[in-house]
Design a protein around this ligand. Structure first.
Ligand code: SAH
Ligand code: DHB
Ligand code: MG
Length: 224
C-alpha cells in the first residue's frame, strides 16, 4: 500500500462526493501560485470539517492557522446566516492571500482574518468577550498546540467541539525520543488531552492525498 494508492482513492472520493466549487478551486490555485506550502486540508478533510460544523449546528467558529483560507471557506460555508469565523494567522502574506480567497468566495462578511501571533490574538479575543466558540479548529505551528488547546478550552462552552489537525505525522507521534519539535508538541498535547477532565476525546489516523496523518476530536463536557 502506498501514497499513490491513498491519493488515487482520495481523488475517487473527491470526484464523487466533493462538489466542485469555483471559489474553492481558485483558492487552491492561488495558494499554489503564491508558493505557499501545500498543507491546506485536503478536499475530503475540508468537507469533513464542513459536515462536523453542520452536524454541530456551529454558529461561531475559531480557527488557529489560516494559511490561504481553504479550510476557512469550508467552515464558513457550514454556518447559518448569522454565523461567523475568526481565523488567526501570523504571516502577513498568508493573511493577504486568505483574504483575497475569502473575498472571491463571497464570504468576507462572515470571516475575520486576524493577523498576528495566535497567542496574542487569543488573549485579545478573551478580553473582547468574543467567546464562547462552538467549534475550534487548531491547525497552526505544531509545537504550540498544547497552548492553543489550553486557550481553546478557555474560549469554549459545554458542548464545544475542538478539532486538532496533524497529530500523527507519519507515525512519529509514538516516538518518545523524537527530536522533531512538532512531534514533541503533539505528544504534549496528547497527554494534556488524556488527563483533561473537561473533555471527552478520540484520535483518528488518516491516509490520503496528504500522506499518513490524523486528527483529534474533543467535546467539552464542562468547565471548571
Ligand atoms: N488551516 C489551513 C492550513 C494552516 S497551515 C488549511 O487547512 O487550509 C498553518 C498556518 O499557521 C500557516 O499559515 C502559518 O503561517 C500559521 N502559523 C504558524 N505559526 C503561527 C502563529 N504563531 N500564530 C498564528 N498562525 C501561525
Ligand atoms: C504541516 C502543517 C499542516 O497543518 C498540515 O496539515 C500538514 C503539514 C507542516 O507544517 O508540515
Ligand atoms: Mg493541518
Amino acid at each position: 500500500m502506498s501514497n499513490d494508492t491513498w491519493s488515487a482513492v482520495d481523488s475517487y472520493f473527491t470526484d464523487l462526493l466533493v462538489q466542485a466549487d469555483p471559489a474553492q478551486d481558485a483558492a487552491l490555485e492561488a495558494i499554489k501560485a503564491a508558493g505557499l506550502p501545500p498543507i491546506s486540508v485536503s478536499p475530503t478533510q475540508g468537507k469533513l470539517l464542513h459536515l462536523l460544523a453542520r452536524m454541530h449546528r456551529a454558529r461561531k467558529v475559531l480557527e488557529i492557522g489560516t494559511l490561504g483560507g481553504y479550510s476557512t471557506i469550508w467552515l464558513a460555508r457550514a454556518l447559518p446566516a448569522d454565523g461567523s469565523v475568526i481565523t488567526l494567522e501570523a504571516d502577513p502574506r498568508h493573511a493577504e492571500i486568505a483574504r483575497a480567497n475569502i473575498a472571491r468566495a463571497g464570504i468576507s462578511h462572515v470571516v475575520d482574518v486576524r493577523l498576528g501571533p495566535a497567542i496574542d490574538t487569543l488573549r485579545r479575543l478573551e478580553a473582547e468577550g468574543a467567546a464562547p466558540f462552538d467549534l475550534i479548529f487548531i491547525d497552526a505551528d505544531k509545537p504550540s498546540t498544547p497552548e492553543y488547546f489550553g486557550w481553546a478550552l478557555q474560549l469554549s462552552r459545554p458542548g464545544s467541539l475542538i478539532i486538532v489537525d496533524n497529530i500523527v505525522r507519519n507515525g512519529a507521534i509514538v516516538d518518545p525520543a523524537s527530536r522533531d519539535e512538532s512531534v514533541q508538541g503533539m505528544r504534549r498535547f496528547m497527554s494534556m488531552l488524556a488527563s483533561e477532565p473537561r473533555v471527552s476525546a478520540t484520535a483518528i489516523q488518516t491516509v490520503g492525498a496528504k500522506g499518513y496523518d490524523g486528527f483529534a476530536l474533543a467535546v467539552v463536557s464542562s468547565r471548571l
